[in-house]
Design a protein around this ligand. Structure first.
Ligand code: CTP
Ligand code: CA
Length: 227
């Protein structure tokens, strides 16, 4: 589909969204992953597109249908996502909605690991690059606005506030993903926006409505940036 990026408050502005899980191979037939449908990241990419932005959408192997009218970059692992994001610089705003696996299997096997003689495999892990942190802490070419997510199951605001400081990002959207909330895999989200201005709870709403609100805030924030 052909699109023209000349209308809307974000016309001509390049933004990046990461979305979905990453898959970290154990061997050619097995992997470890985080739970993520990709629904929230996809909705954010669509909402930014609808405001006229030129969107680069870097997605792991998510179930959600890919958004139209954006540049889709498909990746599998965290290291591939890292490479795709760094290769997409410069962009003015980055929204890091992906559920990136923190660890990969240190040496994935080229051949299928066989179940022989009841011997249990032992996996060694290595830490993946922290993509959000790296982009937020760029000294040269840092995007004007870097937005992370914090999926927490307890002490949501405290944990997310500490995470924002640790990562060096501008905003964190914190959400409570305890099973009882039904947010993981569901159509709704309830987030707290953590910024310099403190913590602002947004009412529970569809992931699409949350995305539209976020896109509006991003447009406002970028409007204040002198280009
Ligand atoms: N993130 C990332 N690269 C990673 C890990 C996380 O870009 N290797 C991003 C996520 O997309 C999200 C934010 O960082 O926007 C926070 O992810 P989260 O897993 O909550 O944070 P961690 O620092 O990994 O902390 P935790 O120990 O809670 O997993
Ligand atoms: Ca993590």
């Amino acid at each position: 589909m052909e699109r023209f990026f000349d209308v809307g408050p974000l016309a001509g502005r390049r933004v990046l969204v990461t979305s979905g899980p990453t898959h970290e191979p154990i061997d050619p037939v097995r992997y470890i992953a985080n739970r993520s449908s990709g629904a929230q990241g996809t909705a954010i990419a669509e909402a930014l597109r609808d405001l006229g932005a030129e969107v680069v959408f870097v997605t792991g192997p998510a179930d959600a249908a890919r958004p139209n009218g954006v540049q889709v970059v498909e990746v599998q692992s965290a290291r591939e996502m890292h490479e795709a994001v760094m290769g997409a610089l410069p962009f003015e705003a980055g929204v890091f909605a992906a559920a990136v696996a923190d660890w990969r299997v240190a040496s994935a096997s080229d051949a299928k690991i066989k179940k022989i003689g009841g011997k249990l495999p032992v996996l060694e892990f290595a830490e993946n690059p922290d993509i959000l942190r790296e982009v937020a802490q760029l000294t040269d070419g840092r995007p004007a606005l870097v937005v992370g997510f914090a999926a927490e199951t307890n002490d949501v605001v405290e944990n997310a506030t500490a995470k924002r400081a640790r990562k060096g990002c501008d905003w964190i959207l914190a959400n409570d993903v305890s099973p009882a909330t039904g947010i993981m895999g569901g159509a709704e989200n309830a987030v707290v926006l953590i910024s310099d201005g403190g913590a602002e709870s947004w009412p529970r709403a569809s992931k699409r409505a949350v995305a539209e609100k976020l896109a509006g805030r991003i447009a406002e924030a970028l409007g204040a940036v002198v280009r």
